[in-house]
Design a protein around this ligand. Structure first.
Ligand code: UT7
Length: 341
C-alpha cells in the first residue's frame, strides 16, 4: 500500500464516495489499418497483430483537434447524465497532446461547452494513467464541495508521432472519453482509487521536445534536431503488467473485496499482450477483461474512458457489478479505481 494513499486515507478517514452520472466517448471516422501502415513503413499486419493485438486505429480529420474531440465526448457524457454544461462545477482534462501548449485544453473546453466560469484545468504529462488519476482528483474535489465535475481523457497522438518510426507510430490512435461525476445519483459509484508514481523510470517513456531540456526552437525546427518519443518497449511492458495488476489488487482490498468479486476489469488498452498478462497474473478469465485495443490502438488518456463508455453501451456492465479501471503511463504512473454499478 506504500505510496498509494489518498488524502482521505492519510487522515484516517473513510474514502469519500462519488458517483458517475454519465458516460461519453468519441472516435474519429477515419480508420487506418495495419496494411495502411505497412504501405508507409517497414512493418506488416502480422507483426503488429502478433506483438500488440492492434488491427486498426482511428486518425483525426484535418479539421479535428484535441478540443473538438473532447467536446464531442463531453457533450455525450452530459447528455447521458441528463445535465447541461451550466450544471458543471469543475472541468478536468487529462491529456498529453493538448490543444496548444498554453493555455490548457480545459480553458478552451469551458468556453466551447458554454460552461459557467468554473475552475478548469488539465492534468498533463501522466501519459495513459491521466484519466484515472483525474477521476481521483475529481472525487477529492467532490468531497470538498463540488457538485458535478466533468472528467475528460483525450489524445490526438497521430499528429505528433514520428511517422517514420515503426517501433512507436503503429501503436497509437486518436480518441476521447468522458464522465460526469457528482455527489449523488447515476448508475455507478467510485468506491476508491489507488494511484502511485515511480519517477526513477521517467526516462523509459518520454517525449523530450518542447520542455526546458530540449526547447522547441525555430533552429531545432530548421535543422530537424527534434527529440522524438523515446520508449524502451520491453521495460514499459514489464512495468505495465506489474503495476496494473498490483493496483487492481490494492484497490479491491481497500474496498473490502477480492479479485474474484470483480465483474469486469477495464484496463488501459496499450497492447493485448499486456492486457492478457494482467488477466493471467490476477487469475481473471478473458470474459472479465474488456478489450478494444484491436479497433482503436493505444489512445493514451482516452483509452480507459473510451473502453468504459463502450462497455456500458454494449451492456457488458449490469447493475450490481464491481468494475475496476486500471492504467499505467509515462512517469512512471499507475492508478486503479473500484467502481460499483
Ligand atoms: O501507453 C504506453 C505506451 N507504450 C507501451 O505500452 C509499449 C509497451 N511495449 C510493447 O507493447 C512492446 O514492447 C512493443 C509492441 C512496443 C514491441 O514488442 P516486442 O515484442 O517487445 O518487440 P521488440 O521491441 O523486442 O522488437 C522486436 C523486433 C525488433 O527487431 P530485431 O531487433 O529483433 O531485429 C524491432 O526492430 O521487432 C522490430 N520491430 C518491428 N518490426 C516490424 C519493432 N517495431 C516493429 C514494427 N514492425 N512496427
Amino acid at each position: 500500500m506504500d505510496g498509494m494513499g489518498t488524502l482521505a486515507r492519510l487522515a484516517g478517514e473513510e474514502a469519500p464516495v462519488s458517483h458517475i452520472l454519465g458516460f461519453g466517448g468519441y472516435v474519429p471516422e477515419r480508420v487506418m489499418t495495419n496494411d495502411d501502415w505497412a504501405a508507409l513503413v517497414d512493418t506488416s499486419d502480422e507483426w503488429i497483430t502478433a506483438r500488440t493485438g492492434i488491427k486498426e486505429r482511428r486518425i483525426a480529420a484535418d479539421d479535428e483537434t484535441t478540443l473538438t474531440m473532447s467536446a464531442n465526448a463531453a457533450r455525450l457524457a452530459l447528455e447521458d447524465a441528463g445535465l447541461g454544461p451550466q450544471d458543471l462545477d469543475e472541468i478536468i482534462v487529462a491529456t498529453d497532446t493538448p490543444e496548444v501548449y498554453t493555455p490548457d485544453t480545459a480553458s478552451f473546453l469551458q468556453h466551447d461547452l458554454g460552461a459557467r466560469e468554473v475552475p478548469a484545468y488539465d492534468l498533463g504529462g501522466s501519459g495513459c494513467a491521466g484519466f484515472v488519476q483525474a477521476v481521483d482528483v475529481a472525487r477529492a474535489r467532490i468531497a470538498m464541495g463540488a457538485e458535478r465535475v466533468l472528467v475528460v481523457g483525450v489524445e490526438l497522438i497521430s499528429r505528433l508521432i514520428n511517422k517514420t518510426d515503426r517501433a512507436t507510430a503503429v501503436l497509437f490512435g486518436d480518441a476521447a472519453g468522458a464522465v460526469v461525476m457528482g455527489r449523488s445519483g447515476g448508475r455507478a459509484q467510485v468506491l476508491d482509487v489507488v494511484a502511485g508514481t515511480d519517477g526513477s523510470k521517467a526516462e523509459i517513456l518520454t517525449l523530450l521536445t518542447g520542455g526546458s531540456r530540449h526547447p522547441f526552437t525555430m533552429e531545432a525546427a530548421r535543422t530537424g534536431a527534434h527529440q522524438d518519443l523515446v520508449m524502451d518497449g520491453r521495460r514499459v511492458f514489464k512495468e505495465a503488467v506489474h503495476r496494473m495488476s498490483a493496483a487492481v489488487e490494492d484497490v479491491v482490498a481497500r474496498v473490502g473485496r477480492t479479485v474474484d468479486d470483480i465483474s469486469l476489469i477495464v484496463p488501459h488498452q496499450a497492447n493485448k499482450r499486456i492486457i492478457d498478462a494482467v488477466g493471467a497474473r490476477l487469475g481473471v478469465d478473458d470474459e472479465r477483461v474488456y478489450v478494444n485495443v484491436d479497433r482503436y490502438g493505444n489512445t493514451g488518456s482516452a483509452s480507459v474512458p473510451l473502453a468504459l463508455w463502450e462497455a456500458v453501451r454494449r451492456d457488458r456492465v449490469s447493475d450490481g457489478d464491481l468494475v475496476v479501471l486500471t492504467a499505467f503511463g509515462a512517469g512512471f504512473h499507475w492508478a486503479a479505481a473500484a467502481v460499483q454499478f
